[in-house]
Design a protein around this ligand. Structure first.
Ligand SMILES: [Zn+2]
Ligand SMILES: [Zn+2]
Length: 321
């Protein structure tokens, strides 16, 4: 199983500004002048030495993750990252002609890429939409009403099938990819999905507020994510900001680490960053998460047997299990 990230920002798309670009260039040029690469003008050799927040960006697109399992194309959410994913899929057409789209919920940032999904205009493609929302089709149609978008959902020629997921009735895709869902704390409800095939288990859990959650919810959540090889986790805020934004429906990297350690997760991927956060801030949040992990794991020996890896998702990042 392999996950590739096409959009990692929460709430609204947030492209890099000119001021941020200028700041990155200034920092990079200063570092270059002071580096041993300056003498030989070896720019190609120097670039990989830059910190991530200086030499790269997490990207500005909203949630969209591609999951590949035994040749099946599965997409998690249809944020603006769906547009570049669609363009890339044009070069490597889905083998079966079927695209499986799992929708966590229908807040704009998770569906507004769909009208720009190239495959939705291809009559040879079937798109299967999955969610426990009984009115999911109506919601997607509503997004493309003429007052909001010039092309209706109906006009998009791909075959569209809406599959209603039911509790305790996992669905199977292809040979052995089994999917379950979990109802999360979020305004209007969102769903986490777990995917299991022969290679392992991945959980996609975005738009989920853990602060103020009662123990019953926390325990049920831990059971759902337990022993996952990959957990994609809502890390919208810093820990302190999450205390000030209760009821907003989001979590923080520190919560992610604590839950991952408690539930035996192998790889924790932070995701759905606040649009106000710069690349620098997101890198700081990752550092805080890793520091917290080192504190509880190494110094307190609380989880000394656990081997957790923590990543910050960025556009183009992929992880295979
Ligand atoms: Zn969101
Ligand atoms: Zn949301």
């Amino acid at each position: 199983m392999k996950l590739t990230f096409w959009g990692v920002r929460g709430s609204i798309s947030s492209p890099l500004s000119n001021a941020e670009l200028k700041q990155k260039l200034t920092t990079a040029l200063k570092l270059f002048i002071e580096s041993p690469y300056a003498q030989s003008r070896d720019i190609e050799g120097f670039l990989p030495t830059l910190p991530f927040a200086t030499g790269s960006t997490h990207g500005g697109n909203t949630p969209c993750v591609e999951l590949e399992s035994h040749g099946e194309t599965v997409i998690l959410d249809a944020g603006t990252g769906l547009r570049p994913l669609g363009l890339d899929l044009l070069k490597r057409k889905p083998a079966s002609g079927i695209i499986h789209l799992f929708v966590s919920h229908t807040h704009w940032d998770h569906i507004c890429g769909f009208p720009f999904f190239a495959q939705a205009f291809d009559p040879s493609i079937t798109i299967r939409f999955y969610s426990p929302f009984s009115d999911l089709q109506k919601r997607f149609e509503y997004q493309q009403k003429f007052d909001f978008f010039p092309v209706s959902l109906d006009f998009m020629q791909a075959k569209k099938e809406f599959i209603l997921l039911k509790e305790n009735e996992p669905v199977t895709i292809g040979k052995d990819l089994k999917i379950n869902f979990f109802i999360q704390h979020h305004p209007g409800i969102s769903y986490a999905y777990s995917f299991r095939d022969k290679t392992g288990k991945a959980v996609y859990s975005t738009d989920n507020e853990m602060f103020n959650a009662d123990m019953e919810y926390v325990n049920a959540y831990k059971d759902f994510i337990r022993d996952a090889d990959i957990l994609v986790f809502d890390a919208q805020y810093t820990l302190s900001e999450s205390f000030n934004k209760t009821t907003f429906g989001h979590s923080s990297p520190t919560f992610g680490v604590e839950l991952a350690l408690n539930a035996g997760i192998r790889n924790l991927i932070l995701f759905h960053y606040d649009p106000l956060y710069s690349d620098e801030q997101i890198s700081n949040n990752l550092r805080t998460a890793v520091d917290y992990y080192n504190l509880v794991n190494t110094e307190m020996k609380k989880y000394a047997d656990k081997k957790l890896k923590v990543y910050s998702a960025f556009e183009g990042f992929s992880l295979e299990i």
